[in-house]
Design a protein around this ligand. Structure first.
Ligand SMILES: Cc1cc2nc3c(=O)[nH]c(=O)nc-3n(C[C@H](O)[C@H](O)[C@H](O)COP(=O)(O)OP(=O)(O)OC[C@H]3O[C@@H](n4cnc5c(N)ncnc54)[C@H](O)[C@@H]3O)c2cc1C
Length: 378
């Protein structure tokens, strides 16, 4: 038998690939097993601002650029203060994460960073075929997104798409202790859209205009809405743009796990690790990676029981509601944030709630479209 080049090949050194590599590196169980991380880009740009909530201390605290214990939810008619304790809302600049992962992993004798782009994984020969080279392994962890999810008629699909600008003002304008989860005061047609605000100091803030819609929009739409928010809501006329961030996150109940095989596990967005109803995945990735490692050590397939069917169903119903009646977004999120405590909300989104707690949250959102979507998705 020919010995494979690597024990594991991780395709993609982004969030999921690097979190997985770090966790494999930290566990003596994997010592001596050669692992390749194949990634075409240098990962030297700060391309994302990752936020997530968690209780108390966490594994990424040394990378936290800012955290908040207080937030706000604002609709056209009301404003709700969110006292997060025992949770806090934490922010990491992606470049700090990439740099940290590289520094930790580069000195390992088992980890190999390879600059290449994989075009295909041949599972018969267990070969990842790259533009520069081919790589054999016993198992592949693959973060390439299969574009089939866009054409699957059975799945709902909406996009969380946004543009954010980090602005700097001369005078102190912001309260750096309070972030805004959603502000619905600036609107675009009947779309579900809101502004997300992360103040990092008294004169620096990240303002993002975000849509949850079935289709995308031109860049000029985000620009107009950001300007409108900054002028009419924040009442700021003079500012400097110091950073820009754009993103498109698919929110879908497409069964990504179906692409997993004996020798291949899809990870990250490509594995369905983005929470379909919220678009968050940083913390979810940590949870999935932990479970995946446990599975391997117990002799199971890495992806065994990685997804929670009950919460997948809830997400599918919620997505169908938003896809069928996109104009409902503001009223649904207003009910979500005003009829439930933020602790109940975080726990529900973290998939930690019991059926009776789920029921309370679902009843708080009630709209007849949920009944139609329920019967469509059941
Ligand atoms: C701008 C932005 C902001 C976000 N903010 C948040 C947030 O605040 N909180 C949160 O929880 N989630 C957030 N998300 C969602 C999610 O956390 C990110 O999308 C996350 O990066 C997904 O991880 P991933 O590993 O699947 O993808 P990525 O991090 O994109 O990694 C995939 C990697 O695969 C590589 N790759 C692609 N094709 C190939 C190939 N053929 N061969 C080899 N390598 C390949 C890519 O270069 C890339 O590095 C955000 C997403 C975006 C786009």
């Amino acid at each position: 038998m020919i010995t494979p080049d690597y024990y594991y090949v991780i395709v993609g050194g982004g969030l999921a690939g690097l979190q997985l590599a770090l966790r494999l590196h930290q566990d003596v169980f994997f010592k001596g097993k050669k692992i390749a991380i194949i990634e075409p880009s240098k990962k030297s740009a700060n391309d994302k601002t990752w936020c997530f909530w968690e209780k108390g201390r966490g594994n990424w605290d040394h990378l936290i650029a800012k955290k908040w214990n207080k937030g706000k939810f604002i609709s056209s008619e009301l404003s709700r203060d969110l006292a997060l304790e025992p949770y806090s809302y934490k922010m990491i600049n992606s470049l700090d994460f990439y740099d940290y992962a590289k520094e930790e992993l580069e000195n390992s004798e088992d980890i190999f960073f390879i600059k290449d782009r994989i075009t295909k994984i041949d599972q018969v020969t267990r070969n990842a075929i790259g533009e520069k080279n081919n790589y054999t392994a016993t198992h592949f962890f693959d973060s390439r997104l299969d574009s089939d999810f866009k054409n699957d008629e059975k799945s709902s699909l909406i996009y969380q798409h946004f543009k954010g600008i980090k602005i700097k003002t001369e005078k102190a304008h912001f309260d750096p202790e309070i972030f805004t989860m959603m502000d619905y005061r600036v609107k675009h047609k009947e779309d579900t859209c809101f502004t997300y605000i992360l103040p990092t100091s008294k004169n620096e803030v990240l303002v993002e205009f975000t849509f949850f819609t079935p289709s995308l929009c031109k860049e000029s739409v985000y620009d107009q809405k950001l300007e409108e928010y900054i002028h009419s809501i924040l009442k700021i006329d003079h500012f400097e743009i110091i950073e820009t961030e754009k993103g498109i996150i698919p929110m879908t109940d497409y069964p990504f796990h179906k692409s997993n095989t004996r020798y291949l596990t899809k990870i990250g967005t490509a594995g369905g690790w983005v929470k379909a109803s919220s678009g968050y995945s940083f913390k979810n990735t940590e949870v999935k990676v932990e479970k995946l490692i446990e599975n391997i050590k117990s002799g199971l397939h890495p992806s065994a029981n990685l997804m929670n069917k009950k919460f997948q169903k809830y997400d599918a119903i919620f997505l169908d509601v938003l896809q069928s009646q996109n104009n409902l977004g503001e009223s649904l999120f207003t009910k979500f944030y005003t009829k439930n405590s933020i602790q109940e909300i975080f726990s529900f989104l973290d998939e930690e709630t019991s059926f009776s707690e789920d029921l309370k949250i679902m009843l708080s959102l009630y709209h007849p479209q949920f009944i139609r979507s329920f019967f469509k998705k059941i």
